[in-house]
Design a protein around this ligand. Structure first.
Ligand code: AMP
Length: 300
């Protein structure tokens, strides 16, 4: 496994690999790896010749009062995990390397960001899009792997690829969870023992919404109310930031759920903001039953 810190070396290495006909799978992360990241890596390994993992805590996607400085970091441990998973190259630049001219130019995302985390974290997806465009230009991947845990991010990446004409296939990957249903996240280490126990209820709340849909409910406001009520009733420590039911990946609101939809929530704990969602398809063949969506948005 190669560890590369400079853009120049990364670019040179990728060009060599591409000229020998190898396909490149790219998994962007902020490090502090867990099984969610590992599942992305193993899918990339299955589908591509070379797997590049980036580890970079991107300053431009954090708001002024967010956790950029305290975001968990452990590059030594990450290196060991990546090696075990069979990653070929870790790209681990520092902020000056990625932003040689500071923040003199940032991408502005206008679509799919006025809801969910985009609304709660103004400018977040501008930072995400900026860093991803830089990384896509340097790494020139054939396929990119993103977790549906961050479903709005997947929707924004889908839009970046289409808007900027990248010849890249987006592979959305299923959310990996703890046994009690809590979505794995680097930020989970920041929960107190009581908060950790309570956090499993986020997914239970979303599942309540899904249950209602499976019983035939199609009204967005009633599904939203059901999830909100569950969380309001059961959460003692976390504060609800949002509960939303939207079309996916367009992230439009409607009065009744559309073919592919997302039920999403965000809850603020003392030291960690948690998000979770369910993306699912209404399948007419299943007479109103839904099936969990883990397929590709954009088959090429
Ligand atoms: P992060 O390091 O949190 O920026 O995440 C890097 C990538 O891993 C993103 O595409 C995330 O959506 C994905 N990811 C994070 N948590 C999970 C999870 N529990 N299951 C699957 N993918 C995840």
């Amino acid at each position: 496994m190669q560890m590369i810190h400079s853009v120049k070396e990364m670019n040179k290495t990728i060009r060599q690999m591409k000229s020998s006909g190898k396909t490149i799978g790219f998994v962007p992360t902020m490090g502090f790896l867990h099984e969610g990241h590992q599942s992305l890596i193993s899918q990339a390994k299955e589908m591509c010749d070379i797997v590049v993992l980036s580890i970079f805590v991107n300053p431009t996607q954090f708001g002024p009062n967010e956790d950029y400085l305290t975001y968990p970091r452990d590059i030594k441990r990450d290196k060991m995990i990546a090696e075990e998973e069979g990653v070929d190259i870790i790209f681990n630049p520092d902020a000056d390397e990625m932003y040689p001219l500071g923040e003199s130019m940032l991408v502005k995302v206008n679509d799919r960001v006025d809801v969910l985390c985009g609304r709660s974290r103004p400018g977040h997806f501008d930072g995400v899009a900026t860093i991803l465009i830089k990384l896509f230009n340097i790494i020139m991947p054939d396929k990119v792997f993103f977790g549906l845990k961050d479903a709005q991010q997947v929707a924004v990446v889908d839009s970046i690829i289409k808007n900027f004409h990248y010849p890249i296939q987006l592979i959305p990957c299923e959310t990996k969870r703890e046994e009690d249903g809590l979505a794995k996240s680097s930020r989970n280490v920041r929960l107190s023992a009581d908060e950790r126990q309570e956090a499993a209820l986020l997914n239970k709340g979303l599942q309540e919404g899904l249950l209602l849909i499976n019983k035939g409910e199609r009204s967005v406001s009633r599904i939203k109310k059901c999830v909100t009520l569950f969380l309001e009733t059961h959460l003692r420590l976390g504060k609800i930031d949002y509960v939303e039911v939207l079309s996916y990946p367009e992230l439009q609101s409607a009065t009744s759920i559309t073919e592919r939809f997302i039920i999403a929530c965000a809850v603020q704990y003392k030291e960690a903001r948690l998000i979770d969602n369910i993306v699912a398809d209404l399948d007419p063949d299943l007479k109103g039953e839904q099936k969990q969506y883990v397929a590709h948005i954009d088959e090429k």
